[in-house]
Design a protein around this ligand. Sequence first.
Ligand code: SAH
Length: 350
Amino acid sequence: MDRRDIKSMTYLELEQAILEMGEKKFRSGQIFDWLHKKRVCSFHDMTNLSLALRTQLEENFYIPQLRKAECQISKLDGTRKYAFALDDNYIIESVLMRYHYGNSVCISSQVGCRMGCRFCASTLDGLARNLSAAEMLEQIYYIQRDIGERISHVVVMGTGEPLDNMENLVKFIHILSDEKSDAIGQRNITVSTCGLVPKIMALAEEKLQVTLVLSLHAPNDELRRTMMPIANRYTIRQCLDACEFYFRQTGRRISYEYSLVNGVNDGPDQADELAGLLQGKNCHVNLIPINPIKERDYRESLPVNVENFKKRLEKSGINVTIRRRMGIDIDSACGQLRRKVAQNEAERRR
Ligand code: SAH
């Protein structure tokens, strides 16, 4: 029989599995504590369990691990970019950002991505596979252990489309925010999507308290379709309606991500069109100059255009910030470290 991934189990699933083994229910509490509070990496370390039970667990379950393949540390602001190898040697990328309010980790949700956004490095090789809940959790646990400081915020904005991996994402959120783990509150967890409308509705039905970010990037469908293939599937109107539904179900204000590309989506007309679209909504717009990737022709907006774009939105009463860029000295666009390390590892194995 295949061993099961014990770390991806929610508390209820673990309880069920332990009962099926003929063990007492309270054991699941102890094991969950070892996995998600003390965060040990082997059954051997679960020292308040009998040796017999530890052996039995070892036979039936496994604990997925990450191996650090590379870590770049910014001398400017302490930002760290990690490349991790998974048990099957795929490489993923995670980023630690230090803010005045605490430590935030940006995690990946998939190995690669199949959404095909034109400005994004993570999608260049397509999707390899989904990450399990454990592999999402371990990015946070690993970094917390590595820096010896608590992680207080998590953004699911690394490689991958989280709503394309919905089942594991929801498990991940339940485990991470479970009061029996070293919990991170749902309000400190942010999930970003390119706009998978039915999945946004489904997430809303889960009635979680996580913040939802929609990657909008254009004020009309025609332009959005040139940047993001998903825009051929769902219109901006459908996305905004789904976001409205999310807001009604959860009471959580939506954020809109708008990456500014020089001469493509950063003009005054586009700012006004965007303002018209979002007028009267309880929302927040995050502007970020695009991080150019060498495989594509997009260039970042000039600072003066970024500033003007922001001012025009503000004039229409829209809540807007320009995202501060972290770790500029180690900067490479999202997904580029992963690709570089993966290529090096492939070379090495050859
Ligand atoms: N798939 C999800 C989450 C991962 S991408 C999503 O689309 O939202 C996280 C954010 O980074 C998205 O807003 C995405 O559009 C943006 N992004 C990707 N590549 C970028 C780049 N080169 N420069 C600026 N933003 C980028």
